[in-house]
Design a protein around this ligand. Sequence first.
Ligand code: NAD
Length: 423
Amino acid sequence: MHINMNNKNMTNPFQNGMAQLDKVIKIKNFNEEFITKLRQPDRDIRISIPVKMDDGSLQIFEGYRVEYNNALGPYKGGIRYHKDTEINEVKALAFWMTLKCAVAGIPMGGGKGGVTVDPKELSKNELEMLSRGWVQKLAEVLGPKKDVPAPDLNTTPEIMAWMADEYAKITGDKTGATFTGKPLDKGGSAGRGRATGLGGFYVFDSLREQIGLPKKCKVVVQGFGNVGVNAAQSFIENGHKVVAISDSKGGVYNADGLDMKKLIEYKKKNGALSDFRGGKNLTNEKLLETECDLLIPAAFENVINETNANKIRAKAILELANGPITPEADEILFKKGIPVVPDILANSGGVTVSYFEWEQNLKNEHWTEKEIFDKLLPMMNDAAQKTFKNAKEYSTDLRRGAFILALLRIGEKMVTDENHDKK
Ligand code: NAD
């Protein structure tokens, strides 16, 4: 995922986050000092990472770690490698992580990291040196009880394994709990791959009747990566139909439902979804405007904006990507009566299973996939229902409902801690 700063609908992503916060405090009073504190991260750290390139030259990369808020627990959030990654993007994502962990009810705060780099231009050796360099510069602020990074865009389990190894070399910490999203044989958790898509299904299932959707839904998914594919499979396994799905090059449509197994094989062989025999081709633009019960943006941000929000014909939207709907589009959809299940709730299954990984590492335990999902389900239900209750109580949308849930949890902890410090 990458925040497209060139999109004319997009301001600075951090300003978008603050605009969302402003909308919430208009409908509910919170302690003013708490909100003022929440407008800035605890700290944002910028680092230079020197890397000896394969041709012998030295290149310096710019890296970041934003530690936004740790009222509820250690800072938690992924590290992004992208050529356009910059501090405002990382700050915005760290702010949303703070809220997401609070909505999910896990004892973690919010953080995010990144490096401005196009990883496709690096050799494997250079990528490893860069990743180890990120840890060398930041080791003193990281730690299982301090700050726990994870993968994000273009960072993989293998990169997490290099980072965890570098951290262990520098600090002697052998728990492995400083990085989540590691490979299974290096302390990773069962179920992490499916967690975001399946967690999204659990959230949907909990809210389905309340948001007026039928028992058997026609679902449209944008994105054919980890989240999109796992979400599509979870919906099909539970009796719903996925009538359209796309990757970056375009999508396919079949009113009777797509065969995901065949589609995955087809994509593996052909590298694209187009011309799949079990469906008709359609563009990403048309896919978003397809009539359906549920639309799931699971690719990247700002895809639903002022230019197309009025054309959406879904009965509801489940945001599995981070930030797929701009604040302007949000207002349009709200007025049209299309419920949006917000990202900080809908895709929080991923960070919840990351938290399970951290806990297993600290206790030196290994939980089965069944144990993981049995723990995940009630947590997603609880978060969904508390969000819905807030939205109803304040006659507002589910995004503001989720923000209220998060702000109450973080605010209560911050105020209690402050009073405790004064004693
Ligand atoms: P991924 O890289 O595995 O997949 C992204 C998919 O989006 C790919 O199929 C790609 O082809 C598609 N895509 C790219 N450009 C597109 C375009 N223009 N139109 C349509 N599709 C396009 O990424 P992912 O891990 O599945 O993440 C998807 C989204 O979910 C991101 O916003 C990410 O931040 C968010 N998210 C992921 C997780 C997780 O656990 N992986 C957790 C929370 C949120």
